[in-house]
Design a protein around this ligand. Structure first.
Ligand code: SF4
Length: 391
């Protein structure tokens, strides 16, 4: 049977650039020529990519198991533009009958009519960037919507027929206390979405938040408070019936995001749109990031790829381990060995034993996972594990 594939579509536009965000996104008027040309170029990108041959076969022979529209703000596009892109995808790739088709949305970028049109196009999962149910915190975070608009967007998605909704929330925000975080979480639980993604605010280089932070003008909760927020969320969401399946992600049983699981299992995906990354056939490559250059290269037939690398073992093994340890179920060492033909124990035994001794990793027979104690510092645990790897 032909191996399924996942598709990521990057929409690099927003109505406002949030001060903490370092994503590849640009503020443009919705009617601008650049938006129109970028959507056309993404359509051509999909068509062209579908004919690329990997391991002797064109990608268009592989059915899509998941499609994810991310950004930026995919719902920045009009219904006509989203319709055009979905039609292009459907005319170039077969879709599995139960394909998961997700889109990110911002509270002010979609109403019932737009969500209903997206539902009719086949989208069956919506991820709304809520961040906080607190107007003062939203302002401190430089978001451009209110709590009322966030709640309204959630109900609009429901009214439009979506039965799989994710809410993105952030913690560790300027001026946020533990009780304020608890209040946001409580409101999320009351709305009962199928999925919640919780991200700690990080200060990214080159952002306005970084400049404020360096200048001492951004007062953030201390590390202990941020850890307390995360631990509270784990306990509260467990009590509310959610499964904690990835460091930052919780779902009702059966609603884990299948597209993101493809990334965490280090499986294959094709990425189209400015700056999108693809990983197929052991090769990872990235497309031109700036929309203007992306459009111009597409028009002139130039190669869109700006970076590429071949991931052979043991590097591919390291990456699969690194991604898999983000999952609460952890990773099977036997499965790693079968997939890469290398013995993970021979490579990581030193690090595993040390981290197990410190109580940061759990190792039961074949499975390795980050312990509850190690969870808030998962990144450092993984770095430590890889640092001790045998060549
Ligand atoms: S809406 Fe999202 S993608 Fe757009 S600037 Fe804000 S955080 Fe970044």
């Amino acid at each position: 049977m032909t191996k399924p594939l996942s598709l990521y579509v990057h929409i690099p536009f927003c109505v406002h650039h949030c001060a903490y965000c370092d994503f590849n996104t640009y503020v443009e008027p919705a009617q601008s020529a650049l938006v129109k040309e970028t959507v056309e170029a993404i359509g051509l990108d999909i068509a062209k990519a579908s004919h690329e041959r990997v391991e002797g076969k064109p990608l268009c022979e592989r059915p899509l198991a998941t499609i994810y529209f991310g950004g930026g703000t995919p719902t920045f596009l009009s219904v006509e533009q989203l319709t055009e892109l979905m039609a292009t995808i459907r005319s170039h790739f077969p879709l599995l009958p139960d394909a998961e088709i997700s889109s990110e949305a911002n509270p002010t970028s979609a109403d019932v009519a737009k969500f209903a049109a997206m539902h009719a196009l086949g989208f069956n999962r919506i991820s709304i960037g809520i961040q906080a149910f607190d107007n003062a915190l939203l302002t401190a975070l430089d978001r451009f919507h209110t709590t009322a608009e966030a709640v309204h967007a959630y109900h609009a998605a429901r009214e439009a027929g979506f039965t799989n909704v994710n809410l993105d929330l952030m913690f560790g925000l300027p001026k946020q206390t533990l009780p304020l975080w608890q209040a946001t979480l409580e409101q999320a639980v009351q709305l009962a979405p199928e999925h919640l993604s919780l991200y700690a605010l990080t200060i990214e280089p080159g952002t306005r938040f970084e400049r404020l932070h360096v200048g001492g003008r951004l007062v953030l909760p201390d590390d202990d408070t941020v850890v307390a927020m995360y631990e509270y969320a784990q306990q509260r969401l467990l009590q509310a019936g959610y499964v904690h399946y990835e460091i930052s992600n919780f779902s009702l049983p059966g609603f884990a995001c299948r597209h993101n699981l493809v990334y965490w299992h280090n499986e294959e995906y094709l990425g189209v749109g400015p700056g999108a990354v693809s990983y197929v056939g052991g090769r990872r490559w990235k497309r031109e990031r700036l929309p203007q250059r992306y459009v111009q290269k597409m028009k002139s037939g130039e190669n869109l790829c700006v970076e590429e690398e071949c991931l052979a073992p043991p590097r591919a093994l390291d990456e699969t381990l690194l991604l898999g340890l983000r999952l609460r179920a952890g990773i099977s060492l036997n499965a790693l060995r079968d997939r890469f033909g290398l013995d993970p124990l021979a490579r990581y035994r030193r690090g595993i034993e040390k981290l197990v001794q410190q109580g940061l990793l759990e190792w039961n027979d074949d499975r390795l996972r980050v312990s509850t104690k190690g969870l808030p510092i998962t990144d450092s645990v993984i770095v430590e594990l890889l640092a001790g790897a045998e060549p």
